[in-house]
Design a protein around this ligand. Structure first.
Ligand SMILES: Cc1cc2nc3c(=O)[nH]c(=O)nc-3n(C[C@H](O)[C@H](O)[C@H](O)COP(=O)(O)O)c2cc1C
Length: 243
């Protein structure tokens, strides 16, 4: 700072600047001025453009998390549920249901599968997500919810399933964008889907189990976790140009 002040004096600049009768060292303003381009780049630069942010959230920040350090802020959970219900759904019937598990139901999970009791206890929040599949109708109608599902996976039911999967992914991406980890669990719960539906009083004739979603602050930042390799990448017939 002495060197900066000496330079200011030798160039006939004041060593302090008065703002609202408060004296600030001129060197502070010089320092701010020198990092201004960097700050501007950070704000306007490509690294913070929406597409770059979305890509980072999708490919780096969202990872399946098993170990948690604590509960997610309630505001992040609410945002994620709002993101979930904005998923595309062909029949505009919002076929998803999110059951947030309270302490009693959480305790039941451990009773039903004692082998996983400890692992379950480490998870700060859990949601059981179900889909309410609808019947395909002969006539094309948007009011599919009026006809009760008969348990068959027709066109509408499959599309409801797809929409609910999109809702879950929206939820997990929203959580990731707020530094919250999640994990979609099915078989590894070691509890049958019918029992999980029963735990949340969901009628298996009306609802299909989609998964249990673990939620919480990750013990390790997700962007430093190992990415399970996408073996096929964009090659291997995954993406092909079809004329
Ligand atoms: C429908 C579905 C069910 C899943 N069920 C399980 C599960 O039962 N146990 C588990 O360890 N992971 C489960 N996962 C998470 C995957 O194992 C995980 O997404 C995969 O290893 C890729 O890792 P990433 O999510 O970090 O990219 C499930 C994922 C999906 C989409």
């Amino acid at each position: 700072m002495d060197a900066v002040n000496a330079w200011l004096v030798s160039h006939n600049f004041e060593t302090t600047i008065s703002i609202l009768n408060v004296e600030f060292p001129s060197s502070l303003f010089l320092a701010l001025l020198s990092i201004a381009p960097l700050l501007l780049f950070r704000v306007l630069g490509d690294s913070s453009s929406p597409s770059t942010v979305v890509e980072t959230v999708i490919t780096k920040d969202r990872r399946s998390v098993m170990k948690y350090a604590g509960p997610a802020p309630e505001s992040s959970i609410q945002k994620s549920l709002n993101a979930a219900i904005h998923a595309p759904n062909h029949w505009l019937n919002e076929p998803w249901r999110f059951y947030r598990l309270g302490p009693k139901t959480r305790a039941r999970l451990g009773e039903v599968n004692p082998d996983k009791e400890k692992a379950f206890a480490n998870v700060p929040d859990m949601f059981i997500v179900t889909c309410v599949p609808s019947m395909s109708m002969k006539t094309h109608s948007l009011d599919v919810s009026k006809v009760k599902w008969d348990g068959t996976w027709g066109k509408c039911a499959l599309e409801d399933h797809a929409a609910t999967s999109a809702a879950i992914q929206n939820m997990m991406l929203s959580l990731a964008s707020n530094g919250v980890g999640s994990k979609w669990m099915t078989g590894a719960m070691g509890i049958s889907p019918s029992l999980l539906l029963d735990l949340v009083n969901a009628d298996p004739n009306d609802e299909h189990f989609m998964g249990v979603i673990f939620v919480g602050i990750p013990a390790t930042p997700t962007n430093s976790m190992k990415v399970p390799k996408r073996k096929n990448g964009l090659g291997g017939g995954i993406v092909e140009f079809v004329e």
